[in-house]
Write a protein that binds this ligand. Structure first.
Ligand code: NAD
Length: 319
């Protein structure tokens, strides 16, 4: 990775990934792109271009203009939003991906795009979900993610594109709010714990999902992209996870820091159904063995860090 283009760079992952990549590879070598422009650090700390990923020619032109050797494709519609707007999700998630893969093929770029635990479905084994297993998701997002995993494999074996990817669990972060996923409750809960000392969860008690703290997710992207190609048996859909918990467990850990915190439940049937179709916990052995994946944060250490960082942010925003 020497000259990197990132699509969907103003989202939850991109806004932190771009900063990390600029620190490692040099600010001028990481070109952030998104369909919109904001006043965020990503826009001001290095090159930024407006790019709608459904416009394949524009993506090609920008990648060529910067002579990029790496394309990191993040722009997508997430699970809950995709379920509300399935056709838009298909057009953006699949149309954007095939455009990005075509650019990577034509300009010989190394390629990364995230898959998700949403690529699994109700018939997938629920506990310690294996790397290679049944994938019959029942959501549009899941259909997109499985298709995407297969498409990335296809571009590798058919055209020799160096495609790589991770099946991310719910990602927890304090910089940019999440963009409409099923695991968003596990981010919102920290904001509400600090602001109002209570939170109403749309996910029910006893519902386990995999999660990971953003610093671990970003490091995993860099480590996978830098891994020796010859060591990778799987390329585009490595299971990665750091923890699996249910709403009452994250509540208990937050209470250690904020004893008066209370949790209520008002279950959203749509997001609850999505959550129940996903695994309780996935097995990341392949990622550990093939490129040394390791997460630093567990629920306790993540909660401590989230509450510290978010308190500073909320005070700053208020002031
Ligand atoms: P996000 O919703 O926070 O950000 C998506 C970004 O894409 C936004 O900045 C949006 O403006 C941009 N975008 C939307 N339409 C676009 C278009 N037509 N052209 C260009 N940009 C457009 O998403 P995220 O959480 O940063 O997720 C990035 C990727 O990671 C997605 O593929 C997502 O499925 C995957 N993922 C995320 C999580 C998570 O917990 N955040 C978990 C698993 C997988």
């Amino acid at each position: 990775m020497e000259k990197i283009i990132v699509t969907g760079a103003l989202g939850q992952i991109g806004s932190e990934l771009v900063t990390k990549l600029r620190n490692v590879y040099g600010a001028q070598n990481v070109v952030a792109t998104d369909i919109r422009k904001t006043d965020s650090e990503v826009v001001h700390s290095g090159p930024f271009e407006i790019l709608d990923v459904t416009d394949g020619k524009a993506m090609y032109d920008i990648t060529k203009k910067y002579n990029a050797d790496t394309l990191i494709h993040l722009a997508a519609l997430l699970s809950a939003t995709a379920e509300a707007k399935p056709l838009l999700a298909w057009n953006l998630n699949m149309g954007g991906l095939v455009n990005a893969l075509e650019v990577a093929r034509e300009l010989r770029c190394q390629f990364f795009t995230p898959s998700s635990i949403g690529a699994f479905g109700p018939s997938t084994p629920k506990d310690a979900t294996p790397q290679d297993t049944i994938q019959r998701p029942t959501t549009m997002y899941g259909v997109n993610k499985v298709s995407g995993e297969l498409l990335c494999d296809y571009y590798n074996h058919k055209f020799g594109v160096d495609t790589r990817g991770l099946r991310f669990p719910g990602l927890i972060s304090y910089v940019t709010p999440p963009g409409g996923g099923t695991t968003d409750y596990a981010v919102e809960i920290y904001y509400e714990a600090l602001k109002n000392k209570s939170y109403t969860s749309y996910i029910d008690k006893g519902t386990y999902m995999d999660m990971m703290y953003m610093p671990d997710a970003l490091q995993a992207i860099v480590d996978l992209m830098e891994a020796e190609e010859c060591k990778l048996k799987h390329r585009n859909a490595f299971n990665v996870t750091a923890m699996s918990f249910a709403p009452e467990e994250i509540t208990a850990v937050i209470k250690k820091h904020i004893p008066e915190f209370t949790m209520n439940y008002d279950v959203d049937p749509v997001r609850q159904a999505i959550a129940e179709s996903w695994p309780n916990s996935i097995d990341a052995t392949a990622a550990k063995e093939e490129w040394g994946f390791k997460a630093q944060y567990d629920l306790e250490s993540m909660t401590k860090d989230m509450l510290e960082k978010l308190s500073v942010k909320l005070v700053k925003n208020a002031g």
